[in-house]
Design a binder for this molecule. Structure first.
Ligand SMILES: [Zn+2]
Length: 476
């Protein structure tokens, strides 16, 4: 039988606020356990809670970045469960009245057609503490670190519109890009600032029914989400083909073995309205002001880069995929550098070099101003592509401007016509065979002569002008 998979995601995103959701403790990662804590985020009985305005604003911007509709009145509930990472016995979350409903992202499906993947709702919640499992001699112990407790999260719950691991990966990447554009979260699955659980069920192809779903957790990269979903689809198909039922339960992705294994479900209690946090009211003017503060999103930026800078669709797509890259590109283009040369250099040279060094484009020592100067040298052919690469490498090491490095390395290209003609004449004189070939109309000999002249110049001659000059010479 052929099956169809039905997949929905629950994505937790940690907002990049300076403080936690209900107290003023730092919302930053640190190695030292239990240092960013206070009575509120230790959840001591009677401690007061105060909703962070910054977290509310960033949560709302995150909703708007994915086309969700913010509601005018939302509220927190107590999501009751007991586990050592939540000693107070309930998590403050929005269940009955979430911050936003709807939302969608348009991805391109494998058939090249647009595919709208819908979001059901988005709510705010506090993070729970982190458990560390260790062994002390023969004894296995668990420690609790409260630094993460009370960190501001939004949870994005999608509709079950995805059909494959690929759909989920494309959705997650697009979601990450848009939230990074809004600058409300880092969204790194590797560092845990974005976490994704997948609900997966399968049904006979063409059916509209929903079958038992399995929740898969513990994926620590976008790629792992795709692999875990594809594995789980195959596992469920095999069960159904063998006439066995798929049971609703939770499984963990094992990235070492590339399989999912069953885990014990936590006890989940009811969700009851919380009396300690005041209801959130956002009137229309406040929501409109937030909408206006949202930056230009990737698709609009891509279209503008084509229009304004004459980039190809592909170049514009590469330059708009991350906001930091887009800002860097525009800074270079606005310095008067040929925009296409700038875009090609960023994607072909700069980004790979930064990746190799594990550096970020937003904090690199090779600022857009300095890069523009290097590209100007390249554009007016004062240096060639190979020399530009060497200069770039040295620019990472020091604050020296490109032209100074070019001078120090003796890189300035020879563009003087008389000097280039002299080089050509010398090469021709030393190679009578090549001259005979040129006379006989054998074009390949030109390349050889230009190579010889380049060598004589120590690689500094401008090959384009050399070739131009050689083509004008008569060999009668
Ligand atoms: Zn605190």
């Amino acid at each position: 039988m052929s099956y169809e998979a039905v997949i929905g995601l629950e994505i937790h995103v940690q907002l990049n606020c300076p403080t936690k959701l209900f107290c003023d403790c730092a919302n930053t990662a640190t190695e030292n356990a239990n240092t960013h804590i206070c009575p509120t985020c230790l959840w001591l009985p009677g401690a007061s809670v105060q909703l962070s305005e910054d977290a509310l604003e960033k949560a709302a911007l995150t909703c708007l970045a994915v086309n969700a509709e913010i509601v005018s009145r939302s509220a927190f509930d107590q999501k009751v469960y007991y586990y050592p990472d939540l000693p107070k016995g309930y998590q403050l979350s929005q269940h009955h009245k979430p911050l936003a409903y709807g939302g969608w992202l348009d991805i391109t499906g494998p058939d090249g057609k647009p595919n709208r993947l819908r979001i059901h709702h988005i709510h705010m919640e506090e993070d729970v503490a982190k458990l560390l499992h260790e062994t002390d001699g023969q004894t296995r112990i668990s420690l609790v670190d409260f630094n993460r407790a009370g960190a501001p999260l939004v949870e994005i719950v999608t509709e079950p519109d995805m059909r494959s691991g690929q759909d989920a990966m494309v959705f997650l990447r697009m979601l990450r890009t848009r939230i990074r554009y809004a600058k409300t979260a880092e969204c790194s699955m590797e560092s845990g600032t974005m976490r994704c659980d997948a609900n997966i069920s399968i049904r006979p192809a063409g059916s509209e029914a929903f079958f038992s779903k399995v929740e898969v957790k513990n994926m620590n990269s976008v790629k792992a989400v795709g692999s875990a979903i594809d594995y789980e689809i195959k596992r469920q198909q095999k069960l159904l083909d063998e006439g066995q039922p798929v049971l609703t339960h939770t499984r963990l992705w094992d990235p070492e073995k590339n399989i999912t294994t069953p885990m014990r479900d936590k006890f989940a209690g009811p969700c009851v309205p919380d009396p300690s946090v005041a209801d959130i009211r956002l009137d229309e003017s406040r929501i409109n002001a937030l909408k206006e503060s949202l930056p230009e999103m990737p698709a609009q930026k891509q279209a503008r880069f084509v229009r304004q800078y004459g980039l190809t669709e592909e170049e514009a797509s590469l330059m708009s995929a991350e906001r930091d890259v887009a800002d860097y590109f525009e800074a270079i283009a606005d310095k008067g550098v040929n925009a296409r040369i700038g875009a090609q250099w960023i994607s072909g040279r700069l980004l790979p070099a930064l990746k190799e060094k594990n550096h970020e484009i937003s904090t690199t020592t090779l600022s857009a101003d300095r890069a523009a100067e290097l590209l100007a040298l390249l554009e007016k052919e004062a240096v060639n592509a190979k020399q530009a690469r060497e200069i770039m490498a040295l620019m990472f090491e020091s604050e020296k401007p490109a032209s100074r490095i070019a001078d120090e390395k003796g890189f300035k290209q020879i563009t003087d016509i008389a000097a280039l003609n002299a080089l050509l004449d010398a090469a021709l004189e030393e190679n009578p065979d090549a001259v005979a070939n040129l006379r006989a109309g054998k074009k390949q000999a030109s390349g050889f002569i230009i190579g010889q002249a380049m060598q004589k110049s120590g690689g500094r001659a401008n090959p384009k002008i050399l070739s131009d000059l050689l083509s004008r010479k008569k060999f009668a």
